[in-house]
Design a binder for this molecule. Structure first.
Ligand SMILES: Cc1cc2nc3c(=O)[nH]c(=O)nc-3n(C[C@H](O)[C@H](O)[C@H](O)COP(=O)(O)OP(=O)(O)OC[C@H]3O[C@@H](n4cnc5c(N)ncnc54)[C@H](O)[C@@H]3O)c2cc1C
Ligand code: SF4
Length: 318
């Protein structure tokens, strides 16, 4: 198991990698990029490809074969971002509620614990005199009394401290973890990821190397390995609120960052035929359901809705 931070990201961008060696000579490799990155020219997918070319990492993949690909957004808000957890007839568990331990990128244990607390809250409700009530309102109190709340509270300031860059974040994380033991009397807050982008003209361009087809790859051949099969004639599940904004704002000011942050190449600025007018083309059938566009679009003009059927990515070994 290997975890890294930083390279090839610049020190003002949060992120790092994981490499897990599995059975039968298989390797799971992934690269996390904080969606509060500020350079609109950055492509998380291309950063991942570059990561694999590092001299210490490359040998792990030489002679290997890709067998699967996927992408998703992590719920990074932590305990200070947890929403109301119950509503009539339902409640939120796991990552949906934001129970990921962000510095560790671990959330299966908290997902299970919240599922247990949810089941206990619902069964107590059903067994009580208030059995007709629809909302298991004491679910949150049950969680607050458990190790889950304590664990998330202790790590709550680690991710926000990376606002001071890689080295500032590492220094703070060491102080918070080893000296303060997660009991700092303050709580740092977050900002919306889509607000962080600088104008394209103010940010350095990033030239990514072409994929070599053995260690680094292109997006479309990667999407093929996610087993995503959407019916081509279903309604587009990526809803654009104002059809003008992708060109008048996103392209004009940010060089259409959706062309780069989407890990599936769904968004393309095209110029049709003789007409030189640019327009945004949405290849919705390629979407791997990561939800990045809903989060990172600088104008908040894209809304991801559930597509028809079960045609999204299918990760058989995950
Ligand atoms: C790259 C990466 C590495 C990770 N590594 C670790 C690790 O090593 N250890 C660890 O503990 N945690 C790890 N995590 C975190 C862990 O995966 C999550 O915290 C955990 O899976 C959350 O479980 P969940 O049941 O809440 O959500 P999920 O596992 O995301 O399950 C939600 C399910 O709902 C389905 N779904 C979504 N929408 C619909 C719909 N409309 N209709 C029907 N079904 C739907 C999804 O397909 C999915 O199967 C990692 C996460 C990532 C992204
Ligand atoms: S369209 Fe949006 S949700 Fe789908 S893969 Fe691209 S960024 Fe992710």
């Amino acid at each position: 198991m290997v975890h890294t931070v930083g390279w090839p990201l610049s020190s003002d961008t949060y992120g790092g990698s994981f490499i897990y060696h599995l059975e039968d000579n298989q390797v799971a490799v992934g690269f996390v990029v904080g969606l509060d990155y500020t350079n609109p020219h950055l492509s998380p997918f291309e950063e991942f490809q570059r990561f694999k070319t590092h001299p210490k990492i490359r040998p792990t993949f030489e002679g290997g074969r890709r067998i699967a690909y996927g992408a998703r957004a992590l719920s990074e808000g932590g305990i200070q971002s947890i929403p109301k957890l119950t509503f009539p007839g339902g409640l939120l568990v796991g990552d949906t509620a934001g129970f990921l331990n962000v510095p560790k990128i671990k959330g299966t244990h908290t997902a299970m614990k919240s599922g247990i607390a949810a089941a206990e809250a619902v069964s107590a409700l059903l067994a009580s005199d208030a059995g007709g009530a629809l909302e298991a309102s004491d679910y949150r109190a049950r969680l607050e009394a458990s190790w889950l709340w304590d664990e998330l509270a202790r790590v709550r300031n680690i991710r926000p401290s990376f606002r001071w860059g890689l080295w500032g974040g590492i220094a703070y994380a060491g102080l918070d973890t080893y000296l303060l033991r997660g009991k700092a009397p303050w709580t740092m807050h977050h900002h919306a990821d889509h607000e962080g982008l600088r104008k394209a003209s103010e940010a350095p361009r990033i030239e990514y190397p072409k994929p070599d087809g053995s260690i680094s790859f292109d997006r479309l051949s990667s999407v093929f390995l996610s087993s995503t099969i959407h019916e081509e004639d279903q309604p587009v599940h990526l809803r654009i609120v104002d059809e003008r904004v992708p060109v008048t704002v996103n392209l004009a000011e940010f060089d259409a960052p959706e062309q780069r942050y989407c890990p599936a190449g769904v968004y393309e600025i095209v110029h049709d035929g003789d007409v030189d007018e640019p327009r945004l083309q949405i290849n919705a059938q390629n979407c791997v359901h990561c939800k990045t566009c809903d989060i990172k679009d600088p104008s908040q003009n894209i809304t991801w809705v559930t597509p028809e059927g079960g045609g999204g990515p299918n990760y058989p070994n995950m």
